[in-house]
Design a binder for this molecule. Sequence first.
Ligand code: N01
Length: 529
Amino acid sequence: MQDRDAIVIGAGFAGMYMLHSLRQLGLSVSAIERGSGVGGVWHWNRYPGARCDVESMSYSYSFSEELEQEWVWPHRYAMQPDILRYANHVADRFELRRDIVFNATVAKAEYDETELRWLVSTDAGETFRCRYLVMATGCLSVPKVPDLTGLERFRGRVLHTADWPAEGHDFSGQTVGLIGTGSSGIQSIPIIASQAKQLRVFQRTANYSIPAWNSPLPAEQEAELKRKYRALRQKARESYAGDYADEYYTSVLDLSPAEREVQFEKRWREGGFNYQYAFADVMVDERANDLAAEFVRNKIRATVKNPRVAEILCPKDHPFGSKRLCVDTDYFETYNRENVTIVDIKVDPIVEITESGLCTNDGEHRFDTLVLATGFDAMTGALNAIDIRGRRGALLKEQWRDGPRSYLGVAVAGFPNMFTITGPGSPSVLANMILAGEQHVEWIASFIAHAEANGLREIEAKSEAQEDWARMVTESAAKTLYVKANSWYLGANVPGKARIFMPYVDGFQVYAHACEEVAKSGYRGFRMG
Ligand code: N01
């Protein structure tokens, strides 16, 4: 049994900063990490084409001015190897590794109400005892392998985008089947297509995707951004999405048809989320959303030469942006290649996986390698994978059977001295995840500092505060079009999972302000003693 003041579970970007911040408070801390290295999602998601869809200068830590000045991002949108290199640099720079236990999966965390300690045990049998427990387990860290009949029979290799082999995979000369057209599929398809002999994509839901227009980041532009970094970081903190990109919030319906086309084209040329966050009414008004969606569909029709294939690729069954927007490089162009075909499995469903490929209603498709770009058990998956027991042995997973409930997305009633970074009920995946993590880390560290300074031994969200918060999160989401898609935001991609909109939709800046108000009020909504 090893004693620590705090244990942080996970050494991704949030976990690393939490470890650093708690050490700065003078506490003894260990982080426990399942992987062999730091970086979390960027350690595992090594699939070809993996890159961040938030610009690198924004998707990076803001807590250290020296760090942000010394690091050089080679591209506007960073590739996974660069992000992982950055994570490793941070781990070295702040000497984090000495307090990280790698290759250890936390199996159980149990609160001892008599000793006021959490007992945390790993699958290797190591046990830690601590006063504070911080879950930095990530929102998208448990890969979802679909329940496909016969999957175990397949004789070729099966690869999941979120659990990609570190040594990579050589597709040259291979025939490849790929299931899933979310961000991971959309990023990997163009690269796999350029390497493989043949690629067949099995698409269940067509997705909206906006080009990234990625390019090297010119040195002068980088220097200019670095000169303005403090102001840009502040702008990001005051934005909806936690990013410093301009958020114009023009109302689509206030524009004339001609002006609308100009604005849509302008934002589309800016790329990525600039298109979604430019308009005030796109996520709340179906008419505005239809117009934004049709513009994207027309771009697809103009790009994909075969009109039948273009129509398969045009999303028509959910509002624009209601599933997480994808940001791509040459995704739709890839379907003009001779070696790429698409099967619309809503029309021609997969019946079973066979030894040499898969069968749909219409026949057999043979391939050497099957790529599953099928996503994650998002937001609650990593928390529910651990046997977390709070007061009177209550199991978190059981408490969340009908959907996660938390106060501020950061604390759960019945689980004292435990915090969740970017937990359900916080902006998390709707914001720049590094900034969302930083805001939580700073808030949690301040709260712990307050507890230490005031001799508080237990801090715990009150159930009434939690219920009010959960109700507000659900009601806010219900006013938007986010709830109109079968998305992972709602848990809809995992059979049997409760359908509840998990992220906080009212914006990063509104949320951060609410957290500050709670702190200023002396932590309203928390029981402390
Ligand atoms: O996963 P997804 P992802 N049969 O859930 C399909 C982040 N991310 O890994 O839509 C057939 O979005 C499923 O179909 P449907 C980002 O937040 C970020 O791509 O459920 N198909 C869908 O097409 C992103 O949103 C970056 O009908 C099945 C796909 O698989 C999140 O991670 C890069 C199926 C899954 O799409 C998840 O993205 C990559 C089945 N049984 C990811 N089951 C950045 O750039 C699932 N599908 C930062």
